[in-house]
Design a protein around this ligand. Structure first.
Ligand code: MG
Length: 163
């Protein structure tokens, strides 16, 4: 009889909002007057998911894997971070059971974009969209998110491998 080794991983990230930057969430361009600032494309959701994947497999964090003082990572498409982390997770014999995540943004309204983000994240992970859930919340107009100074994201992923 098969035995299964399940591992849960948690990811969290925050990036500041800045004029003159594109807003990219979960690999999807979202029309907005400002975007997230950072060394890479600053995709706060993909960074949280990458950390959740690495965390579940016991492989450290995104900062160790892709240092933000490395010129090679400047302006980089964060889907490359996720795919590299996923490759390492798969090398360890794991596959994704499911992913749940929450994006925290006061504006713009993300409900029209949640399905596109879900489809994109599922495609990156190589799983059916039914295994991915994307939620969005405002900051209730308090704190850095509520004052539109920043966006944050949480992600939790469950991995499994046969033993
Ligand atoms: Mg980040």
């Amino acid at each position: 009889m098969a035995n299964y080794d399940h591992r849960v991983g948690l990811g969290h990230d925050t990036h500041r909002l800045e004029a003159g930057r594109p807003l990219i969430l979960g690999g999807v361009f979202i029309p907005f007057e400002r975007g997230l600032s950072g060394h890479s494309d600053a995709d706060v959701l993909l960074h949280a998911i990458t950390d959740a994947l690495l965390g579940a497999a016991g492989l450290g964090d995104i900062g160790e894997a892709f240092p933000d003082d490395d010129p090679a990572n400047a302006g980089r498409d964060s889907s490359e971070f996720l795919l590299a982390a996923l490759a390492r997770v798969r090398q360890e014999g794991f596959r994704v059971v499911n992913l749940d995540c929450t994006i925290f943004a006061q504006r713009p309204k993300l409900s029209p974009h949640k399905e596109a983000i879900r489809q994109r994240v599922a495609a990156l992970l190589g799983v059916p969209a039914s295994l991915v859930n994307v939620k969005a919340k405002t900051g209730e107009r308090v704190g850095p998110v509520g004052r539109e100074e920043a966006m944050s994201a949480d992600a939790v992923v469950l991995l499994v491998r046969d033993t």
